[in-house]
Design a protein around this ligand. Sequence first.
Ligand SMILES: Nc1nc2c(c(=O)[nH]1)N[C@H]1C(S)=C(S)[C@@H](COP(=O)(O)O)O[C@H]1N2
Ligand SMILES: [Mo]
Length: 162
Amino acid sequence: MHIGIYRIASLPVLLALALLWAGRAFSADMVVLNAPDQKPATLDATSLAALSATETTTVYRSSKGIESGIYKGVLLWDLLTATGIMTDDHKAALRHSLLVTASDGHQVVFSVGEIAPEFGNRPVLLAYEMNGAPIPDGLRMVVPGDLRGARHIKNIVTLDYR
Ligand SMILES: Nc1nc2c(c(=O)[nH]1)N[C@H]1C(S)=C(S)[C@@H](COP(=O)(O)O)O[C@H]1N2
Ligand SMILES: [Mo]
């Protein structure tokens, strides 16, 4: 009787542990970049560090108050250019956007027009370092100039160019 209950209870516990473990694996600093007609590319702090780095400070308002930090990473524009996703046809490029998804389901869209140097020119950064140290909970977006924190999406798991 006692053993029977233990067995039944252990299944959900095992499932919960498996999900926790998967969540941990997911929250590792690895991001998958998907784009039409391209093989999915895996990005992490090491592969991003091989691209041209940008440093920026950001200050935003969150529910905890004012947050600020010095971040190092790759400009979204530089990333899309380096991976060959960006086309020279600027009118075609302006139809596109990047959907950013975090491990907790938070999602944010950035448009090509907003980050393109000759259009909106917003220096949105895919950051792998904060205040001189690797970001412990994975890669995050840094959006200098935003007054609120919501687009500083943390723990990114996928980038979908579409
Ligand atoms: N993955 C993820 N990133 C997120 C959020 C979230 O819910 N999930 N919340 C955003 C919001 S609304 C804010 S204000 C900031 C909070 O950042 P802080 O913890 O540094 O204050 O994170 C942003 N990034
Ligand atoms: Mo927020």
